[in-house]
Design a protein around this ligand. Structure first.
Ligand code: PLP
Length: 412
């Protein structure tokens, strides 16, 4: 193919197998009717009738915005009130000790981009879990860094602190900075949630590995699915372990309005930094604001104001919490149907606790997905398994899915 791209960009393309499978499911549904197709690829909450859920309180406040609120340029860092609301919404009653500041980003994706860009060097390895969201690979690769994975879970289904330690130590033999992305809460694609003790063990590994202060660790806690990961305050308790850490460990929470506010396409989030050192946090804001100026400039004003409007009214926060709790429950019920049937059918799955996805580990995922598609069931093939979006499959369609999977796995 004739190409004029710069060498680092040659051959890259954003062909996403998730969107591709979704497109095939939509096309088939048009042909044979939505009721006859199970589309388990969509990473957004769909109602029992298959329509996209937009929280009522969010809908109301988006409609109430004034023209300046939705059209004016927002500050590059983000509106102060918005950033304060993000910090409050993220931590709840478990705000960690330390200096905390934030910059607006276009969703959690923007957070990942900036941290990789500003805290690692070209050629460095960035550490992620073996089970991870596919976009991590591109976010790391497009910045000319390298993906390094560790084994997320032990064979008995717990956080694999030993594998984490081994990889952290090995990377720090070669690099002064290590960036880690840890989607440890309602993990995409497995639904695993690290306990407070497991988060603590991860932080302890970093403390030990950076005892020599020439080494720095930057831990991104990717909390994209936080609001559907458990009871509101209980699921936030782990944030406390990020307080009082040595100054050469920076924690960045990748906070997003995509799921918690169902504002996926509004592209809004915040990078929330936590450090025991004032200078580290000042530098954090300075360098990341600079990168915002140099990439997307300022973020969406409308989404920031919608959040501000909700968070300034305790009644609206109550409504927000109640709506999230309702959908958390719905997703749990859908998952419970699958889990019960999968156990009966002998279909193995990675330990699911909460979140939008369940993963079925298989070695020939593409072949299994191809067979399922003939049965009008669409799922996402991953390297080591198949991803089932419990956020988007109705309870009715969830019944019998494990059976279809069992047959496809046998046939493949
Ligand atoms: N992290 C994980 C694990 C995700 O699955 C997603 C979205 O699917 C994101 C982060 C970021 O999404 P957004 O950029 O829409 O906030």
């Amino acid at each position: 193919m004739y190409s004029i791209a710069a060498p680092h960009a040659k051959g890259k393309s954003a062909e996403d197998n998730i969107f591709a499978a979704n497109n095939r499911a939509i096309a088939l549904a048009k042909e044979i009717g939505v009721e006859n197709v199970t589309n388990a690829t969509v990473g957004s909450i769909l109602d029992e009738d298959g329509s996209l859920v937009v929280l009522d309180v969010v809908k109301q406040e988006l409609k109430n915005l004034t023209p300046p609120e939705f059209c004016a340029y927002a500050p590059i860092k983000g509106y102060d009130e918005f950033l304060k609301d993000c910090i409050d919404q993220c931590f709840g009653k478990s705000r960690p000790e330390g200096y905390i500041d934030a910059c607006a980003t276009p969703g959690g994706t923007g957070v990942l981009h900036h941290v990789v860009h500003n805290y690692s060097e070209p050629g460095d390895e960035v550490l992620i879990t073996d089970w991870h969201w596919g976009a991590y690979d591109s976010l790391i690769d497009d910045n000319n860094r390298k993906v390094r994975t560790f084994s997320f879970l032990t064979s008995d289904g717990h956080f694999n602190a030993a594998s984490f330690k081994e990889n952290v130590e090995d990377i720090l033999k070669k690099q002064d900075n290590i960036v880690i992305i840890l989607n440890g809460i309602a993990n995409n694609p497995t639904g695993y949630c690290m306990s407070v003790a497991e988060w603590q063990s991860a932080v302890d590994v970093l403390k030990e590995a950076t005892k020599d202060e020439t080494k720095n660790a930057i831990l991104i806690a990717d909390v994209a699915y936080l609001d559907y990961s458990g009871e509101k305050e209980e699921c936030r308790e782990f944030f406390k372990v990020f307080g009082g850490l040595p100054k050469n460990i920076l924690v960045v929470c990748a906070y997003t309005l995509s799921k918690g506010f169902t504002m996926y396409g509004q592209r809004m989030g915040a990078m929330i930094g936590i450090s025991s050192d004032k200078d580290v946090i000042k530098e954090y804001v300075d360098i990341n604001q600079y990168s915002s100026r140099a990439t997307w400039s300022n973020c969406n004003s409308a989404a920031q104001h919608a959040m501000i409007r909700i968070c300034q009214d305790p009644e609206k926060i109550k409504q927000l919490d109640a709506e999230r709790a309702k959908y958390y429950k719905l997703i749990q019920e859908r998952a419970a149907i699958f889990v019960e049937e999968a156990q009966k059918e002998g279909v193995k799955f990675v330990p699911y606790i909460s979140g939008f996805f369940i993963t079925i580990p298989v070695t020939n995922s593409q072949a299994v997905c191809d067979i399922l598609e003939k049965d009008h069931v669409f799922m996402v093939p991953l390297k080591k398994g198949i991803r089932l979006a419990v956020c988007s499959v109705s309870k009715k369609k969830m019944h019998g899915l494990a059976h279809k999977l069992a047959l496809a796995i046998k046939e493949a």
